[in-house]
Design a protein around this ligand. Structure first.
Ligand SMILES: C[S@@+](CC[C@H](N)C(=O)[O-])C[C@H]1O[C@@H](n2cnc3c(N)ncnc32)[C@H](O)[C@@H]1O
Length: 238
């Protein structure tokens, strides 16, 4: 671990707006914020540009940026302290652990901003719009809440659309190119670190907003991939 990272890790521990693998927070976030305002999550927040940007713009909603990398959230957490934002917090956990940290209906909306696309088919289960994650979101998100995905990846976007269709999610908005008519409307206009890289690369930025279905999402069994070896073996046996 480099020196810069160690300095950030140490600072993070002193930030009152950062919670690293905290205990007893499930169902208790309203006490942390000191009010009963709705809670919105930014998953894979990195430097937390959406958490900071949306919190600045809407003081009657509480925002929590979630990432497993502490050195990245340092930037957003520091900025949010400097701005004196009382309605922004940062939670360092793996998104796989979401249901350990939030109770049913505790969350009003979910934003997923440029998550890693995991381009290889074999890694699709790590995509944050995979069936298994939508199932987890169902455990914490209010029924009238929405999931919002911003991405530059056609593979992740197509995959998400497929999962949304298969699970009977209700699409509220779908935009193939958020800058086709100039600047996007807030909060889509907030640009993150990764978005900057993608725009410099002339990539097209996509957005989809959807509601989860009423019934429990079923996680389909893994498709069996026939590898050359097993194929040949079957041929031998047959
Ligand atoms: C490509 S970056 C995007 C960061 C930021 N939203 C942006 O647009 O600049 C993806 C982030 O997701 C985080 N991440 C990926 N999978 C995660 C998981 N399962 N749990 C927690 N964080 C995760 C990574 O640590 C990384 O910071």
């Amino acid at each position: 671990v480099g020196h810069k990272k160690l300095v950030k890790f140490a600072a993070l521990k002193t930030f009152e707006n950062v919670l690293e693998f905290p205990e007893n927070m499930k169902g208790n976030w309203h006490e942390h914020f000191g009010n009963n305002n709705p809670i919105v999550l930014e998953l894979a927040c990195g430097r937390g540009e959406y958490t900071v940007g949306m919190a600045q713009n809407n003081s009657s909603i509480n925002y929590i940026g979630i990432d497993r990398k502490g050195n990245r959230m340092f930037n957003g957490a520091k900025k949010s302290l400097e701005l004196g934002l009382k309605n922004a917090a940062f939670l360092r956990i793996s998104i796989e652990q979401l249901t350990d940290y939030f109770a049913p209906n505790e969350i009003s909306n979910i934003w997923i901003i440029f998550p890693d696309p995991f381009l290889r088919d074999g890694k699709a289960k790590n995509r944050l719009t995979h069936y298994k994650f939508l199932y987890a979101y169902q455990q914490v998100l209010r029924r009238d809440g929405s999931v919002n995905l911003k991405t530059d990846s056609p593979i992740l976007f197509d995959f998400t659309n497929e999962v949304v269709t298969e699970t009977n999610c209700k699409v509220l908005q779908k935009i193939e190119n958020i800058y086709s008519e100039g600047e996007a409307a807030f909060p889509l206009s907030i640009k993150t670190y990764y978005e900057g890289l993608h725009l410099a690369d002339n990539r097209i930025i996509k957005y989809i907003q959807f509601q989860l279905p009423q019934n429990a999402i079923k996680i389909p069994p893994k498709k069996k991939v026939i590898t050359d070896d097993s194929f040949l073996q079957n041929m031998d046996n047959g």
